[in-house]
Design a protein around this ligand. Sequence first.
Ligand code: ATP
Length: 296
Amino acid sequence: MKIAVIGSINMDMIFQVKRLPQKGETLLADHYRTVPGGKGANQAVAAARLGADVTMIGALGKDGFGDQLMEHLNIEKVNTEGVMRTETPSGNASITIDKEGHNTIMVYPGANYDVTEKWIDDKLYLVEDAEWVMFQLETPLLTVEYGIKRLKALGKRILLNPAPAQILPDSLYPLIDIITPNETELSLLSGVENTDMGVQALLKKGVNQVVVTLGEKGSIAVNEDKTTKGKPFAVHAIDTTAAGDTFNAALLIALMKEKSMTDALSFANAAGALATTKMGAQSSLPTDLEVQELIK
Ligand code: ATP
């Protein structure tokens, strides 16, 4: 199972506080830790933990976070030959969480915005034997557009996780095999609030398969022929960070194993549910064995 991921790599800096600071106020945090994140890297590591052979194309700064993130991807057995080091600081997110779980998040894209069309061209040889390529929207939209067009022309299958949501050019939709918005992203992309109508709008634009993630309600997959509902798994959720990323990786892996859409949604829902039971992004990604345990 060979997958390529073209996307972001971030360090998440998590500050736990009793309450969120006011404007101009300085607070002492009770706890602090750094956890590898970024949607691209999360999906790459999730896929690797679930047994895929994953190549990452992205960018990191020549800084300490860059060193740590590169080492982490290597430990997780993600091929990092396509990760360049640039003069821009590594992408990072500053996350403040209070006792009630409310948060404020600031993301600095940094080196993620150095992923250019040329870098994709230079690294195309790395994705030669990948069947599927996964994209998200934390790298520049122009690069995402270019990458999807270039790789589709090479016969690759494309999964786009349209997060964080941005309006996409209409010419992109017919090149996408699977698009995986959550409900908020779906309504922004389609321009309609209603989920069923939103899905139909994306199919009309030319996407082959729309898979909507519904949080604790599971997920739904719709194409021209049929609608498949994925049953949710009840878990004690403590942090939903990276649930969507895990879902995307798991869905692709199940489909590559030629599972039916019903079984693929079930596997992806179980993986997403497990990711909510632990704190942090890549610290919460489940293994294949853990997902199998929850399903049976
Ligand atoms: P995020 O951006 O936080 O990573 P998302 O909004 O893209 O997530 P969600 O729909 O929240 O995606 O979650 C992805 C999948 O994870 C869901 O389809 C579901 O299968 C699973 N999931 C998420 N939250 C829960 C929950 N509270 N209980 C059980 N399963 C969950």
